[in-house]
Design a protein. Structure first.
Length: 298
């Protein structure tokens, strides 16, 4: 009966609605992952990268083995799959570094520039439409992000540069996910990415390995679980709907991070955060409700 109910609900949802739900779900898991990174900042970054991906590697291998499919994709797609894996890994490493070495507000607001780059790359390389309504709503979301985090930029420049690099890397990676729609299975994409990261991180982790306490092992296990499931959700989000339509929902991470920061790190929620969060939600609702399917590009 439960399966039938889920199937009925699933049939009632459009591809765009499914993409939005998956985007918000994966963004929430990434926000939790970011909190875990902060709680384990005494562990070398390559060790974090290894655990972040080893669990998702096994999850993907299990799914592929059970339901069929290829582990690493067809030969013709290997160059772009490798490019996606490289940019995805760069995005994770730069985000981990920025989170560990700079003010969280400054880092997050820079990383949240990623959806702006996604719209540009998707329009240039994937020929996706940029609707008139998307311009003011993306600006509104960006203003909301500024208000939520109220950045003061009082940290050294390297972490901020890393955060900016993360935004660019994440946008390229996400755009490639949209390109692979109907070409490469989503689980295969995540399998390729996770395997690449594990192989890359392993020698560095061996050289600089830090023995883990039981609590640290638990945190890193959760890091891998949330990161892996979030990555799978994100991958399928961009397969459900064009990047230009759902990338703005990446801003939901601002709200999630604010709430989780309050609960897990005892961070105060300012009036600016409440106002900015409201603007982000308004922008998301507008772009979701009023983006016409056949609107002309400006």
């Amino acid at each position: 009966m439960k399966f039938l109910k889920i199937s009925t609900i699933d049939k009632k949802l459009s591809s765009k609605q499914k993409g939005v739900i998956l985007m918000c779900f994966s963004t929430f898991l990434f926000s939790v992952m970011q909190i875990i990174v902060r709680l384990t900042n005494e562990i070398p970054i390559m060790e974090q990268l290894f655990f972040r991906n080893i669990i998702s590697l096994f999850i993907c291998a299990y799914i592929i083995n059970k339901h069929g499919g290829t582990y690493f994709g067809g030969k013709r797609y290997q160059p772009l799959l490798m490019l996606r894996s490289v940019f995805g890994m760069v995005g994770i490493l730069t985000m981990f570094y920025a989170v560990r070495h700079a003010n969280q507000a400054d880092v997050t607001i820079i990383i949240k520039m990623s959806p702006f780059f996604i719209v540009i790359w998707a329009a240039i390389f994937l020929h996706e439409k940029i609707y008139k309504i998307q311009y003011p709503t993306l600006i509104l979301a960006f203003i909301g992000a500024l208000l939520v985090f109220n950045p003061v930029f009082k940290v050294n420049m390297l972490p901020l540069i890393m955060a900016f690099a993360c935004a660019i890397a994440a946008s390229v990676s996400s755009t490639l996910l949209s390109y692979f729609n109907n070409r490469v299975n989503g689980i295969t994409i995540v399998m390729h990415f996770s395997t690449f990261c594990v192989i890359f991180a392993l020698p560095f982790m061996i050289v600089n390995y830090v023995p883990l306490t039981l609590s640290q092992l638990g945190y890193l296990t959760l890091l891998g679980m949330f990161g892996g499931i979030g990555q799978i959700g994100l991958t399928y989000a961009y397969r459900m709907s064009p990047a230009t339509e759902i990338s703005v929902y990446n801003y939901s991470g601002i709200l999630f991070s604010t709430v989780l920061g309050k609960i897990c790190l005892s961070e105060n929620i300012s009036t600016n955060s409440l106002i900015g969060g409201t603007l982000v939600l308004i922008a998301g609702i507008i772009i979701y409700k009023f983006t016409p399917p056949n609107n002309k590009i400006i």
